[in-house]
Structure formats: C-alpha cells, structure tokens
Design a protein around this ligand. Sequence first.
Ligand SMILES: [Zn+2]
Length: 246
Amino acid sequence: MADHLVHGEITQLDLLSIAAHPDDCEITCGGLMIKSVRMGRKVGALDLTQGEMGTFGDKTDRMVELKAAADIMGLVYRGNLRMPDSAVEYNQENKLRVAQVIRDTRPEAVIVPHWEQRHPDHLACCRLAYDACFLAGLKKIDLNGEPFRPHKILYAYYYRNREFTFLTDISEVFDQKCEAVLVYKSQFGGNEQSGRIFEPGQDIVDLMQTRAHHFGQLVGVEYAEAYTIKEHILIDDPQNMPVRSI
Ligand SMILES: [Zn+2]
C-alpha cells in the first residue's frame, strides 16, 4: 500500500485536489469536487499535512474528520503526506513526494491553491503541486510508475487573489459542500471556539455562503466557486457562451 493513502484506494482519478491542510479542499473547491463526483467522475484529495498546528483539535481529530468529509463528498481516494503543519517546505524531496502521488493516481485535472496567499503552507503547496505535475512527466526522474502529467491545473480561490479566470455553478451541491466542511467539528463545531479560526467572528457557513453567492451573482446563478488557469481559453462558438453581455 502506498504510504500516502489514508482513505479509499489508489486508483486512476479524473480530478485530484492538492491542498495543505485537511478542510482546505472542502472550503475552497468542495463544490466542484462534489459536482464532478455527481457527473460520474473519480475524484480524490491529497492533503500535505494533518493540520496539527491548528488552534483547536489534534492530528487524531483531524484524521477522523477528513475521512468523514471524504465520504460525504464521495471521494474514491484521500491521501496525506504528513508534512509538518506550518512548516511545509518547497524543496526537491517534497516535490517528488507529491509527484509520486500524481504518478500513482494519474489525474486528468488537479486543483491546487492560488499563488496569492496569507498562509505560507498554501503558497508552498501551490508551488510544490505545480512542480510535481511537471516532474511526474519526466522519464528519467527517480519515481515509480510511468511518466504522467495532468491535462489541466486549476487554481482555487483562497480569499486573497483579486483576479480569477472562470466561475463554476455549485448551486446544486452547495448544501453538500457545507455538510462536508461542518464535519470538521474540531474547527467549526458550533461551540464557543468555532468561527474564530477562519476569520475572527465569522461563522464558516456564513462566510462560504456570502462568497459563493457573490460569485454566483456575477454569472446569474445562486452559488459559484472561482478558479484561475494560467493558459488561454479556446472557444469555438463565442455567440453561444453562457452569461449575457447586456
Ligand atoms: Zn489551510
């Protein structure tokens, strides 16, 4: 068994989220992940750390919670590289560890954190994940398995970047996304401590609702998530693009 597997199985994925801490993927791209599962795609998540430096909860709590969240989202794979929380380093060893997961799961698309970040682990994760996708395709590199690179790298919105490339309608899965986030009871348990971790005084569901509703209004749907891609978008028939100009 691969040392990164903590839930589900090692299998070929359509979509893989790579994030620094358990609950990052649920909050930032849980909607698209759940939507992809509902489309019949095989979706997985890789967390770099166990979130043990969080103010509340410990490793054991977070591991139980991340497995429960994976079940709610319908993930077929969840991995964890057990890097030290708040000390994720951008180095060759870590790049190769993430690259091995890319080779093991061969995702067509990956979702990684955007590069404008407050938390240093999120930035390190963005850089490690991009480099890992590149390195996984090199024939002569010291990794197991056949060379492979994902077709698409999507950068999830982490509350800092002002620009993004596209929005995805998550109205139908928004409740399920909230359910997956609220499974992290150590973080958002509805007790006296909850709500003080993400942004002081703000309830996590309120925050997700406000942001997703704002993004949704930009494109005429109830709730949306924002993503960035670095490459250009090729459109065959511009006159049939969704969202009216006037
Ligand atoms: Zn995080």
